[in-house]
Design a protein around this ligand. Structure first.
Ligand SMILES: Cc1cc2nc3c(=O)[nH]c(=O)nc-3n(C[C@H](O)[C@H](O)[C@H](O)COP(=O)(O)O)c2cc1C
Length: 223
C-alpha cells in the first residue's frame, strides 16, 4: 500500500474480530515505531506488547470507559517514554507510526490516551513500569469488525496558511482544551453507543448528520 493510502484509510477501530495478529506483524509495528524521529535522537521509548487476555481485560477495566474495547482487541501495544524533555512528542511520533503501519497491514487500531489520564499509575503498576517512565498511549489492535468509512476532517483550505497565518477563516474550538473557556459543548448524537471517547461518535454518522455537525462545528468568517 502507498503511504498516503495507509494514512487515508486509517480510522480508529474499536470493534475487532477474534483473529490473532502474528508475532511477525506485531514486530513490524514495533519496527515502524522505533524508526520514528526523536528529539536529539534520544529514543526514550519502550513498548509493551500485550496479547494475554487477562491483562487486556485489566487494562480495559483500568481505562473504562475510554478504553473498554481493549478487552476485545487481539493485542495492545503500550507506549512508554522516559521522562525526558520531549517525551510526549517522541512517544506520539512512535504511536502514529504504529497506527499507519497497522493500517498498511489491514490491522485496525485505536489510540487510547495515556499521558494526562488519571489511570497512568495504575497501568504502570500493572505492567511493572517504574516511575521514570511516562505513559504515552495504549494502542488497541485487531482485525476490524467494523468499517466506519470516512470521517469529517477539516479541509485543507481551512487549515493551510501559506507563508504566514493570514486567513479570513477562523476555527472556533469547541473543546474543553480551549483554556477551559469554551461555552459550547460538543454536539451529541442520538443513539450512539457508549464505547469510548465521545469523539468517536461520528464514526457511523450518515452524510446528513455530518453535514449537520459541520454547520455547528464553529467555522466562521471574519469581516
Ligand atoms: C491523543 C489521543 C487520545 C485518544 N484517546 C482515545 C481514547 O481514550 N479512547 C478512544 O476510544 N479513542 C481515543 N482516541 C481516538 C480519537 O477519538 C480519534 O482519533 C478521533 O475521534 C478521530 O477519529 P479517527 O482516528 O478515526 O480519524 C485518541 C486519539 C488521540 C490522538
Amino acid at each position: 500500500m502507498h503511504t498516503f493510502e495507509a494514512i487515508k484509510n486509517r480510522r480508529s477501530i474499536r470493534e475487532f474480530t477474534r483473529q490473532e495478529i502474528t508475532k511477525e506483524n506485531l514486530e513490524k509495528l514495533i519496527e515502524a515505531a522505533r524508526l520514528a524521529p526523536t528529539a536529539r535522537n534520544e529514543q526514550p521509548w519502550e513498548f509493551v506488547v500485550i496479547t494475554n487476555q487477562a491483562v487486556k481485560q485489566k487494562i480495559s477495566q483500568i481505562t473504562d470507559p475510554n478504553g473498554l474495547f481493549i478487552s476485545s482487541a487481539a493485542a495492545a501495544i503500550v507506549v512508554f517514554c522516559l521522562n525526558s524533555k520531549y517525551y510526549l512528542e517522541d512517544g506520539s511520533a512512535a504511536t502514529e507510526n504504529i497506527l499507519i503501519q497497522a493500517s498498511d497491514l489491514g490491522i485496525g487500531s485505536c489510540w487510547v490516551a495515556g499521558d494526562k489520564k488519571p489511570y497512568c499509575d495504575k497501568v504502570k503498576q500493572l505492567l511493572k513500569v517504574t516511575d521514570k517512565y511516562k505513559l504515552i498511549s495504549i494502542i488497541a489492535l485487531g482485525y476490524p469488525q467494523q468499517s466506519p468509512g470516512p470521517i469529517e476532517k477539516r479541509a485543507i483550505k481551512d487549515v493551510v496558511h501559506w507563508e504566514a497565518f493570514l486567513t479570513k477563516t477562523l476555527y472556533q474550538k469547541e473543546f474543553k482544551g480551549n483554556n477551559g473557556k469554551s461555552k459550547k459543548s460538543k454536539p451529541k448524537e442520538k443513539n450512539s453507543k457508549k464505547t469510548g471517547e465521545s469523539c468517536q461518535k461520528t464514526k457511523n454518522a450518515s452524510p446528513k448528520t455530518i453535514k449537520k455537525q459541520k454547520s455547528s462545528k464553529g467555522f466562521f468568517t471574519q469581516g
